[in-house]
Design a protein around this ligand. Structure first.
Ligand SMILES: [Zn+2]
Length: 484
C-alpha cells in the first residue's frame, strides 16, 4: 500500500516537473527577454513631446513657457527637468501653397520666418530643459500627400477661408483645422491595442467629408487656409512617412527612396541643430528596418518604439505588420538600441498627472523607465488647453519629486547612453535584483501566470522571490496622499 502511494506521488511529481519544463520551454523567449532587459535602480522619468516644427510665433512663446516651468525643478542629482522635442524639420507653407497649389511647398526650421521657434528650442537646449530628437523631415511622405491633393478638381477649394466647412478626422483625432486646435496628433499602436474600438467609424482615415473628391478638397483647404498647416490635422495614414499610403493597404516604399530620404533628414537635422541626431522617433510609429539602418549608419543611437515596429497600414488605415516585441535597451543595428515609450500624457485629451504618476510607479517596480508621450498640440492649441496642459505638467513634476525622491529626469539620449555602458549608478547588475525583477515582469504576463498557478510552478517562483527580497532602499517611494 505504502509503495503504491509512493509510486503515485512519484508519477504526480514527474508530471508536475514535466509541466513546469514544458511551460519554461514554451515561454523561453519571453523569459529570456524579461531577464535580459536591464533593471533600473532609480525611477526614470522621460517626458517626450513630438511634432514641434516651423509654426507661428506663438509657438515660440509656448516653448519658452514650458522651458521656464521645467527649469524650476531639479532631480536628486541636480539635473533640471527635461522634455524631449521630437522635431519635424519642415512644415507645409500655406502662404506659398495659395500661389502654387499643385505642390506642397515647405518652410524649414532654419527659415528666417521660423527663427523665434528655433531660438526658443536652442535656448532650452542650452539650459538642458529641452533635448532635441529627430521626428522627421516631414510628418508625411511628400509624394503620397501630393497624390492625395491631385484628386481635387483644379480651381476648387483653394480659396483661403478662416473656418473649415468640414474638418478632417482620423481614427483618434478631432481637428479643427481653421483654429489649429487639434488635441491629438497621432495615434499610437499601443493605445490602439488597448482601446481597440477607437476610430472604427472613420477607420479608413479619410476625410470626415466623405467622398474622395471631398477629401481632396478638404486637403486643399487644410494646405491653404493657414500659413502653417498643422500636420496633426491630416488623417493618420497621411501622417505616416515611411510607407506608401496612397492607397490602402499601404505598400512598401522603394529601398533607394527610403535611404535617400532618411539621409536627407539626418543631414538637414545636422544643418539646423549643428549636430546629427542621436535619437529618432518614427512618425506614427510606422517604419521599417531599412529606415532604421540608414538612421543608425548616420549616427542615431536610440530608436523610440511603442514596443513593436509597425511596418505598414492595413486596409482600414490602422498600423499593421508588427515586428517584435521590442524591449528597453534591446540592441538594434550597430551599437544603437531601442527604448519603449508606452505611457500617454496628453492633458488636452484629459490625461492627468495622477494617472501618469501611477504609470511611472508601475514602470519603476518593473525596473523600467517611464517614457511619457505627449504632443505639441497640448501646448499650441487654444489658451485654455495650453494652461490645462501646463498645470498638469507642473503637477506631474511636483508629485514625481515628492512621491519618488530618487527620481531621475533624463533625456532619451542620456538613458540610452546609461544602458549602453551599463552605468552602475543607474543599472542594477546584481543577479538577485535582476532575478527578482524578472519574476515580477513575468508575473505580469497573464497566460503565463495562470499556467504557473495551475501547475504549481508559481510556488517555487514565489519562494524564490521571497528569498531574493533585498532591502528596497533604492526602490523606496513616498506615498503622496490622495494621489496615484
Ligand atoms: Zn508625430
Amino acid at each position: 500500500m505504502a509503495s503504491e502511494l509512493l509510486t503515485a506521488l512519484g508519477v504526480v511529481l514527474v508530471l508536475m516537473l514535466a509541466s513546469w519544463a514544458a511551460i519554461v520551454w514554451h515561454y523561453r523567449h519571453t523569459i529570456r527577454r524579461a531577464w535580459r532587459e536591464p533593471v533600473l535602480r532609480h525611477p526614470v522619468l522621460v517626458i517626450e513631446s513630438d511634432d514641434w516644427s516651423p509654426g507661428p510665433p506663438e509657438h515660440a512663446e509656448r516653448l519658452q513657457c514650458i522651458a521656464a516651468r521645467l527649469g524650476r525643478r531639479r532631480d536628486s542629482t541636480g539635473r533640471p527637468a527635461v522634455m524631449t522635442l521630437g522635431l519635424i524639420l519642415t512644415a507645409p507653407d500655406g502662404r506659398a501653397a495659395r500661389e502654387h497649389p499643385d505642390a506642397v511647398p515647405t518652410i524649414a526650421l532654419d527659415d528666417p520666418s521660423a527663427e523665434p521657434i528655433l531660438k526658443a528650442i536652442r535656448g532650452g537646449i542650452a539650459r538642458r530643459v529641452f533635448a532635441p530628437q529627430l521626428h522627421g523631415l516631414a510628418h508625411y511622405w511628400p509624394e503620397t500627400l501630393q497624390q492625395a491633393l491631385k484628386a481635387a478638381p483644379r480651381g476648387s477649394g483653394l480659396r483661403p477661408r478662416r473656418r473649415a466647412e468640414c474638418v478632417m478626422q482620423g481614427p483618434n483625432q478631432t481637428a479643427d483645422v481653421a483654429h489649429g486646435s487639434a488635441v491629438l496628433t497621432e495615434e499610437s499602436p499601443r493605445e490602439r491595442a488597448s482601446h481597440s474600438g477607437e476610430g472604427a467609424a472613420n477607420s479608413a482615415g479619410a476625410s470626415a467629408c466623405g467622398s474622395g473628391t471631398a477629401a481632396a478638397n478638404s486637403l486643399l483647404h487644410w494646405l491653404t487656409a493657414e500659413d502653417y498647416p498643422q500636420t496633426e490635422a491630416l488623417p493618420p495614414h497621411l501622417q505616416t512617412r515611411w510607407a506608401d499610403t496612397t492607397t490602402l493597404p499601404s505598400r512598401p516604399l522603394a529601398r533607394a527612396a527610403i535611404k535617400a530620404a532618411a539621409q536627407e533628414e539626418v543631414a538637414t537635422y545636422a544643418r539646423i541643430l549643428g549636430t546629427p541626431p542621436k535619437v529618432a522617433v518614427p512618425p506614427t510609429f510606422v517604419w521599417t528596418r531599412e529606415v532604421e539602418e540608414t538612421w543608425i549608419n548616420a549616427g542615431v543611437e536610440a530608436i523610440i518604439t511603442p514596443d513593436r515596429r509597425y511596418t505598414a497600414r492595413d486596409a482600414n488605415g490602422q498600423p499593421a505588420a508588427p515586428e517584435g516585441p521590442i524591449g528597453n535597451g534591446q540592441p538594434a543595428a550597430g551599437s544603437a538600441l531601442y527604448l519603449v515609450r508606452d505611457i500617454y500624457f496628453e492633458p488636452g485629451r484629459g490625461h492627468t498627472a495622477d494617472a501618469a504618476l501611477a504609470a511611472v510607479r508601475r514602470r519603476f517596480t518593473l525596473g523600467r523607465p517611464a517614457l511619457l508621450e505627449t504632443h505639441r498640440a497640448n501646448f499650441t492649441g487654444d489658451e485654455a488647453t495650453f494652461q490645462r496642459s501646463l498645470a498638469e505638467l507642473d503637477r506631474l513634476l511636483d508629485w514625481a519629486g515628492a512621491a519618488l525622491p530618487d527620481v531621475r529626469f533624463m533625456s532619451c539620449q542620456e538613458l540610452a547612453a546609461a544602458y549602453r555602458r551599463r552605468d552602475p549608478t543607474l543599472v542594477d547588475r546584481h543577479a538577485a535584483a535582476r532575478l527578482r525583477v524578472t519574476l515580477r515582469r513575468l508575473s505580469g504576463h497573464g497566460r503565463l501566470r495562470k499556467l504557473a498557478w495551475a501547475t504549481g510552478l508559481a510556488l517555487p517562483a514565489m519562494a524564490a522571490a521571497w528569498l531574493l527580497r533585498v532591502p528596497e532602499t533604492t526602490m523606496a517611494t513616498n506615498e503622496v496622499e490622495g494621489r496615484a
